[in-house]
Design a protein around this ligand. Structure first.
Ligand SMILES: [Zn+2]
Length: 490
């Protein structure tokens, strides 16, 4: 597995930065051209590889208009083609789903899958319609990146011990030297991202070859649930990354307030333009509505959240040799409905970070990560398997008469899902619900005394161990080992 590392420039000379911004701007035009030509159905129809695209551009003189060095635009073409390929692959996931819905005939399915894979959908009306539907025409939005191939840059350490990165500039043999904040030289292909007067040098290293001072993982098997106030809650009842909730809600409040003020300033600027006071409008836009500080603050917040989440996952892996978790990489359909609600948007983003942290920490420290189907794990009682009533961070099970801490209950359910004979990772939601209901129904009908003792506590009379006295809302109850009242799956 590859891990991305980022080195940052320190005290970069503004002249150098401006030169790099210009180079990135010109390379952005290269990207736009690639998207324009090859980022659509027609482009893929011609089945062009990046090398062929490069040869064609060289032959017909397309490259001259960009006024950048040959290697710079060639690497950019390769990078943009890779972006398009990723975009296309994402669309194909939806189309494959549509194929499965359309037909159950294995031969027909296979024919369509094969055509899709070979990019030969144009002849098939259904496939081409689906591709047009799911693969919306993309556009390049990247105008601040420079990709540098491994053999095109050099690193050197100066007499003060500072590391310098030398990359090609706009003219042949004119290099741009960038002082870096790190002492570890970047390797492989570099992606330079220009942000707020600073250069971020992104590069990838092999996780296996990383300097491994990593602690080994633990031995237990632990289920985890992703929460909002804390990053993770494990099936032992322990929360991890408890600072996450505060971090997210304070950032959400800050953004809401700031966006409100920016909107006000923008309306003042617009009014000034209408009155003909362009100087004032310009002053406000230049001095009060800039993006440098905003982007820097956003990056800092992202870094803090990542640190919190990674620390939480490390804590879990300290105990666990096997981590059972929901597959958080699943795309969720409701993304567009998140809208302007800042806190929900932030929370949605942390889901991806948690998925990444679980994967990368597990691989680095040698623990196993098992994904399970998490449908209804936050809604059923882990002890009796019945649907409970959720209110806030509590889950009230009326048949056990217990109030569980919702995240802990979910983590235990997730742990149990790993050994569940009926519910597989991709079992559909509705079927999971049916299975869960069947289990409790079967349980109920098998009990002989239920009807004969009206007014009694019903089935609970048969299970003296399963007492109903509970400390409502107490988290500690989950640490006590309690005899199980037997889930209905027996
Ligand atoms: Zn229960």
């Amino acid at each position: 597995m590859k891990v991305t590392r980022i080195a940052y420039s320190v005290r970069l000379n503004p002249g150098k930065y401006a030169a790099m911004v210009e180079q990135a701007r010109r390379l952005g035009r290269v990207r736009s051209e690639v998207w324009q030509r090859y980022g659509s159905i027609n482009g893929v129809g011609s089945g062009l590889r990046d090398r062929q695209a490069r040869d064609r551009w060289l032959a017909d003189g397309t490259h001259v208009q960009f006024a950048v060095l040959a290697n710079a635009w060639k690497e950019t073409v390769r990078d943009a083609m890779a972006d398009i390929a990723a975009n296309l692959a994402a669309a194909k996931v939806d189309v494959r789903r549509a194929i499965r819905r359309r037909t159950n005939d294995p031969a027909e399915r296979k024919r369509m899958f094969t055509a899709l894979k070979a990019d030969q959908w144009a002849a098939d009306p259904f496939l081409s319609r689906q591709m047009r539907k799911h693969w919306r025409r993309g556009r390049n939005h990247t105008h601040d990146q420079i990709v540098v191939r491994a053999d095109k840059y050099k690193t050197a350490v100066d007499w003060r011990g500072r590391l310098w990165l030398a990359i090609p500039g706009l003219e042949p043999r004119k290099v741009v030297r960038i002082p870096l904040s790190t002492t570890v030289a970047p390797t492989g292909t570099l992606r330079l991202i220009l942000r707020g007067g600073r250069v971020e040098v992104h590069y990838q290293i092999d996780a296996a070859q990383m300097r491994s001072s990593q602690r080994p993982c633990g031995e237990a098997t632990i289920g985890v649930d992703k929460g909002y106030t804390e990053a993770l809650t494990d099936s032992d009842g322990q929360p991890h990354g408890g600072g996450l909730g505060v971090l997210l809600s304070s950032e959400s409040d800050r953004l809401k307030e700031r966006n409100r003020r920016r909107a006000k300033l923008r309306s003042i600027a617009n009014t000034a333009t209408l009155r003909g006071d362009d100087a004032k409008a310009h002053r406000i836009k230049a001095n009060n509505l800039g993006t440098i500080k905003r982007d820097r603050q956003a990056a800092r917040h992202r870094a803090r959240v990542r640190t919190e989440i990674f620390a939480a996952v490390h804590e879990v892996v300290d105990k666990a040799g096997t981590v059972i978790a929901e597959d958080l990489t699943k795309r969720f359909a409701a993304r567009r409905t998140l809208g302007k609600n800042m806190s929900r948007r932030l929370a949605a983003w942390t889901k991806g970070v948690t998925a990444e942290a679980l994967k990368s920490v597990s691989e680095r420290r040698g623990s196993a990560l098992v994904h399970v189907n998490a449908a209804y794990t936050s809604q059923v009682c882990h002890r009796c398997g019945r649907f409970g009533r959720r209110s806030g961070d509590r889950l009230h099970c009326t048949s056990c008469g217990v109030v569980w801490q919702a995240d802990v209950n979910a983590a235990i359910n997730i742990l149990h899902r790993a050994g569940d004979p009926d519910i597989a990772l991709h079992t559909p939601h509705r079927k999971v619900k049916q299975i869960l209901q069947d289990r409790t129904d079967r349980h109920r009908t098998r009990l002989p005394v239920q009807d004969s003792s009206p007014g009694s506590t019903g089935w609970r009379a048969n299970y003296p161990n399963c007492s109903a006295e509970q400390h409502v809302g107490s988290r500690s109850q989950l640490h006590q080992s309690r005899p199980s009242c037997g889930t209905a799956s027996a």
